[in-house]
Design a protein around this ligand. Structure first.
Ligand code: IPE
Ligand code: IPE
Ligand code: MG
Length: 257
């Protein structure tokens, strides 16, 4: 996967988004809530697990497209702290798929100079996952291309609470005072330390909610929701999202353009 594909421009609804995108104004960070695997499978009378498997191909496609386009940071929401509520079989399958994905794709990801990071507490994942993750993170840590973040056992509230605990300890030890708590310092205590905040958040499968994803980081992110289920999400749909993002007037509370 992930070979450069020059000239791969596809027209969607007669609009060629690949040609329409302004490459000087790309989002620096795209975050994606990959939703709808179960519904995709149900529509085809398949088990939910098959939807998750089909969703892996979309991850591959999107990573490849982001590398081609030149997106500096891509974050995907793969497993939330709330997803433990699902049946054990499904959770096991998702963990198995993660191991399989990293195992199969690590070489290609590394060859494409991609740096893999995990957002979330992966210490609580099964040993097999931890081993695969540690290898992927370690092998790609010095890569200077796209940062590819996989949010795994990630929940924004628990991330924020962890940062608050850390601040409380720093104050208790006398290392900082309450006045030293700036937005920058707080941000540096989150899993996304050092990364720009997402410019664009994409959610598939039509749900209009954030599901505990990057609540601090998306304060001024542009939101874009598609009705497509995650396994149907394509390169063209990504290009469309980027183009629509570029049409927005980001005012940040000011008066805009
Ligand atoms: C997203 O698809 C994948 C994960 C949350 C792991 P879902 O499994 O949530 O699919 P739906 O929302 O039930 O269709
Ligand atoms: C959000 O999807 C979590 C991931 C994509 C990993 P969910 O399917 O878990 O979200 P809800 O339950 O619809 O809010
Ligand atoms: Mg869902």
């Amino acid at each position: 996967m992930l070979e450069a594909r020059e000239g791969n421009k596809v027209a969607t609804n007669n609009l060629n988004y690949a040609d329409m995108i302004e490459h000087e104004r790309l989002p620096r960070h795209i975050a994606i809530i990959m939703d709808g695997n179960g519904r995709w499978a149900r529509k085809r009378l398949m088990p939910r697990t098959m939807g998750h498997r089909a969703g892996i191909n979309s991850i591959r496609r999107v990573v490849e497209a982001c590398v081609d386009i030149g997106i500096p940071v891509l974050t995907v929401f793969a497993f939330s702290t709330e997803n433990w509520k699902r049946p054990l079989d499904e959770v096991d399958y998702l963990m198995k798929l993660l191991v399989e994905f990293l195992h199969k794709e690590l070489k290609a990801l590394d060859e494409n100079n991609i740096r893999i990071s995990i957002l979330g507490n992966y210490e609580l994942l099964p040993d097999k996952c931890k081993i695969e993750i540690a290898e992927a993170v370690q092998i790609t840590q010095d890569n200077s291309g796209m940062s590819f973040n996989i949010a795994l056992n990630y929940g924004s509230r628990s991330e924020i609470l962890e940062a608050v605990r850390c601040l409380a300890k720093e104050i208790a030890k006398g290392e900082i005072s309450a006045e030293d708590i700036t937005e920058e310092h707080f941000s540096s205590l989150l899993y996304t330390k050092g990364l720009p905040d997402p410019d664009l958040l994409i959610r598939t499968a039509g749900e209009m909610r954030l599901s505990n994803f990057l609540l601090w980081q998306i304060a001024y992110t542009e939101l874009w929701v598609t009705d497509l289920m995650w396994p149907d999400f394509s390169r063209e749909e990504l290009l469309k999202a980027i183009w629509e993002f570029q049409q927005r007037d980001r005012r940040f509370g000011g008066l805009g353009r």
